[in-house]
Ligand binder design. Structure first.
Ligand code: A3P
Length: 303
């Protein structure tokens, strides 16, 4: 079935999740052809969870020996290139452009991103020992961020899409890669069952203790910070380069575009926790809360 979506084009239901129809061929190609390596790292998220931020952090973390974040003479790749070019999405970039792309140019450990739900990951990504980092963000901010992004994609003359209509759809589970709760629950369960493979990270907790989270990510990925790195401020340097203020103001992120027409600047809006209150009434917030309470009941997960 297909649903005239509240995003752009149409959404279709595939194996229990809603996908933009235009992405289905890339999703199928990825499922059929992607072969995970043991050393691979996949960053997974619901759209608008802060993926751009974590892409940058993981890239800087894994490449810290090659690219220093403290050397002012050296232009770090994150300061001249968009994080989505440095860390491509499997189904949105690589397998969308080619049915079976040659990934030989990616150095080990390969770092990719995907929005695919756990149950729809390529078999080898679930079965192999590759690592998954799942980024989760509270549904109210994720929803508002998605609503803003949706408005960017609409022709100007159509105006903003009515928020109550979008809220209604979101709470029915109809949004890109939704239902939100099934997406989150799939990875939450996997992280409880296989903590050595799946790390579940909350955007809000990263905001609160970014240094602690970067260190935990490095431990999880098998590249912990040395005493010397901790003393010389490597963690802080990574966070500085990846900060909203730095990334949102560099030239490529102000003026660059994706091949699909998205503008890089759309991925940097406010980057705050709790911005939903500026767009939704308390009653609307309660609607999301009660849906989540019901859907997450018994999972042990509180968002
Ligand atoms: P808001 O719309 O709430 O501002 P994604 O990267 O998954 O598409 O998510 C986009 C959201 O992450 C946007 O949220 C964006 O502003 C926020 N974001 C982008 N870069 C960030 C950064 N460096 N630090 C914190 N949040 C960031």
């Amino acid at each position: 079935p297909s649903e005239e979506d509240w995003v752009a084009g149409s959404l279709c239901l595939y194996q229990g999740f809603w996908f933009p129809s235009r992405l289905l061929s890339g999703i199928l190609a990825c499922q059929n052809h992607f072969q995970a390596h043991t050393s691979d790292i996949l960053l997974v998220s619901n759209p608008k969870s802060g993926t751009t931020w974590l892409k940058a952090i993981l890239f800087a973390l894994l490449n810290r020996a090659k690219y220093s974040t403290s050397d002012s003479q050296q232009r770090h790749p994150l300061l001249t290139q968009n994080a989505h070019d440095l860390v491509p999405f499997l189904e949105l970039h690589l397998y969308r452009e080619q049915e079976n792309p040659d990934l030989a140019a990616f150095e080990s450990p390969r770092l990719f991103a995907t929005h695919l739900p756990y149950s729809l990951l390529p078999q080898s990504a679930r079965d192999s020992q590759c690592k998954l980092v799942y980024l989760c963000r509270n549904p109210k901010d994720t929803f508002i961020s998605l609503w803003h992004f949706t408005n960017k994609l609409r022709p100007e003359e159509k105006g903003q899409i009515p928020l109550p209509h979008c809220l209604d759809k979101y709470c029915q589970g109809v949004s890109e890669y939704g239902p939100y709760w099934d997406h989150v629950l799939g990875y939450h369960k996997a992280s409880s069952e296989r903590p050595e493979k799946v790390q579940f990270v909350m955007y809000e907790e990263m905001k609160e203790d970014p240094c602690g989270h970067v260190r935990r990510l490095a431990d999880f990925l098998g590249c912990p910070f040395s005493e010397e790195e901790l003393r010389d401020g490597t963690v802080e340097g990574i966070l500085r380069v990846c900060s909203f203020d730095v990334l949102s103001t560099i030239e490529v992120n102000k003026s660059g575009k994706w091949t699909t027409g998205y503008q890089n600047q759309w991925f940097f809006r406010r980057g705050k926790v709790g911005d939903w209150v500026n767009y939704m009434s308390a009653e609307m917030g309660e609607i999301i809360d009660s849906v989540m309470e019901e859907k997450l009941y018994g999972s042990g997960l509180k968002i």
